[in-house]
Design a protein around this ligand. Structure first.
Ligand code: OSB
Ligand code: MG
Length: 377
């Protein structure tokens, strides 16, 4: 079914988090979120989300660089062009155009949602997803003390979360995680995420974490490293999971070839969209590498895309896809994303597209900047 994008509108909203989210490389209190409204030639409209943060502390991209990249380089390659299939969008955006993967992904994923709308199928089915619900995890920011972390993690277990990810950094690691393990017992599904806070010089400390029965340790070393992770993985029993370092199918293949990790956190925004996400998912399935869907503190819009992706068969571990109320007092979609008492989230399969309705009034109230993009002639 041919797809032709007629108009793109960029909207920046500011959405306060219920509590500050601190990771080793920075803190976020209010999310600045870039939403993209895409209108197809036949009038179908969908919304997508760019996952870039305000600061370049996770990847080089930011809300402002993504705005520029979409306006000046992504939109002109897509607006007014006819695509036979959404799989053609990513190759079009990659040709002689380096980087800016989150900017590319926001539009590429929107094109998949438009295609699902036009075909009147749920986005999950358009991607080949088979699950009717997904397992839910929570990612807890660095807390002020081990006691505070034990309290937060304990509440998460009681709420039903199936994976508890604890952010760590030097000084808030071994004692914090040991306190949580001691309080919650050997069966609690705990993992750690360091967001690049360590180097191989910290191997001894990381070997202490190896004793805590963690499901995995996510991205302990540099954001673009594969070699040192391989050296570290050889010394640990706990599987390493890579996040920041996996920016493409090629990097996933390098991880497997080098032994840099045994699990991949797929964030579709980080790899340039659904095309590359599906390729990484399929490669990992063939290679015996489990994957799960990460998060970037998305609003309900971006969450819809993550839920659809996580419905694919090799997403075998709970994702960082928590319910709306974990992040916001009020989300920007209806219905909000919810979790059952046993830690499951339903994949919306009873309506086409991402399965939730964007609350335009609420978005208008939160908007601080807006720009309409049409084909230049
Ligand atoms: O490393 O996974 C990460 C949020 C911002 C930047 C990086 C990360 C995260 C999270 C949040 O862990 C997960 C979520 O969206 O709940
Ligand atoms: Mg991470």
């Amino acid at each position: 079914m041919p797809l032709r994008l007629e108009r793109l509108t960029l909207h920046e909203i500011q959405l306060p988090l219920r509590e500050p989210f601190r990771i080793s490389s920075g803190i976020q209190t209010t999310r600045r979120i870039l939403l993209v409204e895409l209108e197809e030639a036949r009038g179908a409209v969908v919304w997508s989300e760019c996952v870039a943060s305000e600061q370049p502390n996770y990847s080089p991209e930011t809300v402002d660089t993504a705005w520029l990249a979409i306006r000046d380089w992504v939109a002109p390659r897509v607006l007014g062009h006819t695509f036979e299939d959404p799989t053609q969008v990513f190759p079009t955006l990659e040709r002689d155009f380096r980087g800016h993967l989150m900017a590319k992904a926001a539009v590429e994923m929107g094109m998949w949602a438009l295609d699902a709308e036009l075909r009147q199928v749920p986005l999950a089915h358009r991607l080949g997803g088979t699950r009717t619900c997904i397992e839910v995890g929570i990612s807890l920011g660095i807390q002020s003390s081990p006691e505070a972390l034990v309290e937060r993690a304990g509440r998460a277990v009681l709420a039903g979360y199936r994976k508890i990810k604890l952010k760590i950094e030097p000084g808030a690691d071994v004692t914090y995680l040991r306190a949580v393990r001691d309080a919650l017992g050997p069966g609690a599904p705990l993992m750690a995420d360091a967001n690049n806070a360590y180097s191989l010089a910290d191997t001894e400390r990381l070997l202490e974490l190896d004793e805590l029965g963690l499901m995995m340790i996510e991205q302990p070393l540099a954001w673009d490293d594969l070699r040192c992770h391989a050296e570290l993985q050889r010394q640990l029993r706990t599987p390493l999971c890579l996040d920041e370092s996996i920016t493409s199918l090629d990097r996933a293949k390098d991880m497997v070839a080098l032994g840099s990790g045994r699990i991949i956190n797929i964030k579709p925004g980080r790899v340039g969209g659904f095309g590359p996400s599906l390729a990484i998912h399929d490669f990992c399935a063939r290679s015996g590498i489990p994957v799960w869907c990460g998060g970037m503190l998305e609003s309900g819009v971006g969450r819809g895309y993550n839920v659809a992706l996580a419905s694919l068969s090799n997403f075998v571990k709970p994702g960082d896809i928590s319910p709306s109320s974990r992040y916001w007092l009020e989300d920007v979609v209806t219905p909000e994303w919810t979790m059952s008492e046993d830690g499951l989230m339903a994949v919306p399969l009873s309506q086409p597209g991402i399965g939730v309705t964007v609350n335009r009034k609420r978005i208008a109230d939160l908007t601080v900047r807006k720009e309409l993009l049409v084909r230049s002639r």
